[in-house]
Design a protein around this ligand. Structure first.
Ligand code: NCD
Ligand code: ZN
Length: 406
């Protein structure tokens, strides 16, 4: 007897009609025929299909002194509402996450309040060394921001030594916000690649220009450890349209670019340049957005948006489910025997993006008013229902480090 069975259309590596069986939080069997009884049996409707839940490698969950912007609870509920069951949190919190004490506190807070499984990025510690201690405290990776890029070589040495990942926001700090801001990414990408060994593990965060992306495409051929993120607003939004819709509140780092650039980015995505689709979920209050705070909330929207804009479940499942989970070393992101039963029931239902209805505290997005053609209707995490009918259930949330959930 299984714990749970789901019958209907299922996305494995294609859409098939069948049964998914779950036992002990994991997928026990996927088959085209009914092959046993389950304590709970669910049948999907004709307009629904089962899809792997997503893993988002780049989110800012705030909390602490920034609870006005977002809390771990609102941010991770927002993740579940968007079909995301695993999130990797960024370290630009207040206080910053670059000490053992802060990372430990963060892990405790996440365990207590997060509705999703999670991984933590740390910032580089103020003095060299002590990376191993950050890892022991729970950080799987270090993230570098533009003002810190001068420390790249030193930090890469330390992350390599302590077997941590390294993520970089590659924009030349001196150019950001100037007339030549569109060059900032290419310049920084070239500088970083210039000093890189062929095996170095570096993840380029939210690459936003076709210039930066083409450099990385070339470099990936000879550098096995390079990975590249892309965010929804750099693929499916332009500076022009955002400005028209939401004016000064359209600020984000890296900036939105031209329509032509977004079209090139989408073409490069089809060629496989980008490994991971990430929201860069960066919520702020409306007042702060009017004062120029950069970033948008994205977690509730990212999966339906990606499916709507591409109609390509294979691409979506690879870039938002399978690859990011594999990067964390987790058996998630695929509906396949032995994987965690983190799955989403997607409905073919149209709805309009209304940020006033977001679970996130962030309410400003340039996608407001757009029509989505897919909706997240039910979410399972480790075989348990965690989101259904607009309601959330908190289950145990685990920390991902070294490819394990703790
Ligand atoms: C980020 C944030 O708000 O934390 N904002 C963003 O636009 N991506 C920080 C940042 O990268 O500047
Ligand atoms: Zn970010």
């Amino acid at each position: 007897m299984f714990d749970l069975s789901i019958h209907g259309r299922v996305y494995t590596d294609r859409l098939l009609e069948g049964w998914v069986y779950v036992t002990g939080g994991k997928i026990a069997k996927v088959s085209r025929e009914r092959s046993g009884k389950a304590a709970a049996e669910i049948t999907l409707s004709d307009s629904q299909f089962l899809f792997p839940a997503a893993t988002d490698l780049h989110v800012h969950l705030r909390d602490w002194s920034q609870r006005r912007k977002e809390t771990v609870e609102t941010g991770t509920k927002s993740a579940l509402a968007g079909g995301v069951t695993t999130v990797a949190d960024m370290p630009n919190t207040e206080p910053r996450m670059n000490t053992v004490e802060a990372v430990e506190k963060r892990a405790d807070l996440m365990r207590a309040k997060s509705f999703a499984d999670f991984a933590l990025h740390a910032g580089p510690p103020d003095s060299p060394g002590s990376f191993a201690a950050l890892k022991k405290a729970g950080a799987f990776a270090v993230k570098l921001y533009p003002p810190e890029l001068g420390r790249f070589t030193e930090v890469l040495k330390e992350t390599t030594r302590s077997r941590m990942k390294l993520a970089v926001h590659a924009e030349e700090f001196a150019l950001v916000g100037t007339e030549r801001a569109h060059l900032a990414e290419g310049v920084a990408v070239r500088r970083i690649l210039g000093g890189l060994a062929s095996t170095s593990e570096v993840r380029f965060a939210h690459v936003s220009t076709s210039d930066g992306a083409s450099e990385l495409e070339r470099a990936k051929r000879s550098h096995s450890g390079l990975t590249v993120e892309v965010a929804p607003h750099h693929l499916f939004m332009s500076d022009e349209v955002a400005e028209e819709r939401i004016g000064v509140t359209s600020r984000v780092n890296p900036s939105l670019r031209s329509k032509a650039n977004a079209a090139k980015m989408r073409r490069m995505m089809r060629l496989g340049v980008f490994d991971f689709y990430v929201t860069d979920h960066a919520p702020h209050t409306v007042e702060e957005k009017f004062q120029g705070a950069p970033g948008f909330p994205g977690l509730e929207l990212a999966l339906p948006l990606f499916l709507t804009k591409t109609n390509d479940p294979a691409l979506v499942s690879r870039m938002y489910c399978e690859a990011p989970a594999a990067y964390l070393g987790l058996r998630k992101g695929k509906i396949s025997q032995g994987f965690w039963a983190d799955m989403v029931v997607i409905g073919r239902r149209s709805w309009k993006v209304d940020p006033e209805r977001f679970v996130s505290k962030g309410r400003v997005t340039p996608f407001a008013g757009e029509t989505m053609r897919y909706s997240v209707e039910h979410v399972f995490k480790a075989g348990r229902t965690v989101f259904s009918g607009g309601r959330f259930t908190k289950t145990i949330s685990r920390l991902a480090v070294d490819g394990h959930l703790h």
